[in-house]
Ligand binder design. Sequence first.
Ligand SMILES: [Zn+2]
Length: 379
Amino acid sequence: MTGHVSAGRVTALTAELVRVDTQNPPGREAAIVSSVAAVLESSGCETRIFESPSGRPSVLARYSCGRPGAPTLLFNGHLDVVPVAAADWSVPPFGGIVRDGRVIGRGAADMKGGIAAAIEGLRACQDAGLPLAADVEFHLVADEETGGAHGTEALLDAGLIHADACIVPEPTELRVAVAERGSYQARIEVTGESGHGGEPGRSRSAIADAARLVGALHLATFHDEAHPLLGRPSCNVSMIQGGLATNVVAPHCEFVIDRRTLPGETAGDVLGSVVRKARETCPDVDFTVHPAFFCEASELPLPHPFADLLLDAAGAGSTPVGLSLGTDARFLRNRLGIPTVVYGPGSMRQAHAVDEWVSVTDLTAAARTFAKVIASFGQ
Ligand SMILES: [Zn+2]
């Protein structure tokens, strides 16, 4: 059935999806759901639009293989894209331009190309006239880029996700990703004592104390044992501000950390590790940690037959990899226990970048892999 994958069709659909501005924030998914639903209906799916309690729409589509009790293979992809600064782009970001073997535009790689490749995989199976052994569902969701609360998490809370396995076609350069790190972000407030700038030794500078803490936390190591695919947790001090006036010893300073996490680490674990590291290194510094954001890491523990199925379909030499960033796969893995693999066309280096693009070669290769998985799942 891979011979039925059409490069022209998957390219045209990617470009068509890119041409709809679905920037999040503010979250413009409403602009795209009816055209996506129409595409899926024309591919034999039953579709419906789900609205989160906040009114953000996602498309749910189901292609029935006609066998009662057949297992369900789910594709979960997000319709929202990150905002653009159009002045920085060399082409219109929502032009859906196809040039030199690439589709160029916001969302081409992250992840409208992946969604188009998944739909093309199903179309190729249909064109080949293959009898399928599994139902195929698509959850094309809102809000992944700002955390998923109004998209995949809203579907989960509404009890609408039931599947035996799931593929999230985010851009992985056609690699089979079975694990991803999470993220813990916090603001750390350091308190000093204001005093005359002419006698800085007489009072306690919050900036000087914060500098020591930054030195302790930035690039710190947190575990002796590395995860085989994800390595060790990392810590980046990403923003800092402090001080009152040029001639005053600084009474306040605060900075923000982004501590990437490993599977199994809770927000409490991470907070504990950060506080321990800070206290060990700087026991005399007066600081308070204000947690701001947490999304947990996740993984599909290997070996697993669904990972093997993807590795076989992806072709010779495929080995499982880990991602250093989070996707909606974490909801499916951690909250529902659904075996979930992230695999798709394009590169995360293109995701969120100026002049974002995905190659037609990748789109076609991903669609072939998806066609193989759809054809063999449940057989
Ligand atoms: Zn994405």
